[in-house]
Design a protein around this ligand. Sequence first.
Ligand code: TPP
Length: 286
Amino acid sequence: MALSIADLPKEDLFGQGNAGCGGCGAAIAGRQAMKALGSRTIITIPASCMATMGGSNLKTTWQIPFYHTLFEIAPAVSSGIRAALEAQGIEDVNVVSWAGDAGTADIGFQSLTGAAERNEHMIHVCYDNEMYMNTGGQTGSQTPMYAITSNMTKGKTIKKKNMLAIMEAHEIDYVASASIAYPLDLIEKFRKAAKKPGFSYIHILAPCHRGWKIPPERTVEFARLAVESGLFELYEVDEGKRTRTFEPPLIPVEDYVTHQGRFENLTQEAIQGIQATVNRHYGRGE
Ligand SMILES: Cc1ncc(C[n+]2csc(CCOP(=O)(O)OP(=O)(O)O)c2C)c(N)n1
C-alpha cells in the first residue's frame, strides 16, 4: 500500500530551532529524510550550510549523533563509523553521510567514489542547491548552465555534471533522485536505501532561495516546477533496475526558469535549447 502522511512518525529528529534561513530547502530535506531514517542513525556532514545550521558542540539541531567532518571526507568518516559498529556487533544503525553538492560532486568526490567502490554499508545524500552557498554562492559542477552565481556574474557557460549517472556507474545497491516537493516519494526512497546491505546514493533537489534569487516562501514551489518541467527527473535505480517514480506533466521549462533571478540573463534561444533537451529525454516530438 502507498505511503501516506498519516503513516509517518510524529517526532522530528531534525529541524526545530535550526540556524538555517527561513525557507531553506536543505533543512526541509533533512526533516523529511529523518522521518524515514529514525533515531538509530549516525550522520556525518562536511563543511556546508547544513553543518553550520545543525549546530556545534553541545547544541545540535539533530536529535541523533551528528559528526561535522572536514569537507573532503564525510563518506570516509561514515565508512569508519560503520567499521566500528561492525566490530561491536551493532547492526541496527543507519550510517549516513549528508553533503551539499560541492561536498558530494566536487571537493568531496574522491571519498565518495572510494566508499561507493568498496560498497560500504551506508547512504550518501547529496542535497543539491546547485551552488556553494555556505561561502557565498559560488559556481560548482552542479550549477546549471546559464545560472548567475557570485563568481560567474554573466552566468555559467558549461553544463551541470550528471552525478546520478556517475553514481549509477558504480553499480551500487541503490541510486535515487528526490525533491523536497515530493516528500512521500523522498521518504519511500530513504526507507528502501536503509534496507540495503551496501551503498546507496540519494540526490535531493533542495533549492536555496538566496542563491536562486526567489522568494523564500516559494522554495518548495520551485522544487516542484523543476520536476514538473522534466528538468529534474524523479527516478531510482534499484539493484540495477531503473524506474521513473513520477511521470511529469512536462510543463514548459520557461515556467521554471523565469521568476528565478539567477536566470535573468537567459535568452529565448537558450530557453528553447533547454526545452529541446528535455523533449529529447522524454521522447517528445519536437
Ligand atoms: C578543503 C576546504 N575547502 C574549502 C572550504 C570552504 N567551504 C566551506 S563550505 C563550502 C561550500 C559548500 O558548498 P556545498 O557543499 O554545495 O554546500 P552548501 O554550502 O551549498 O550547503 C566551502 C567552499 C573548506 N571548508 N574546506
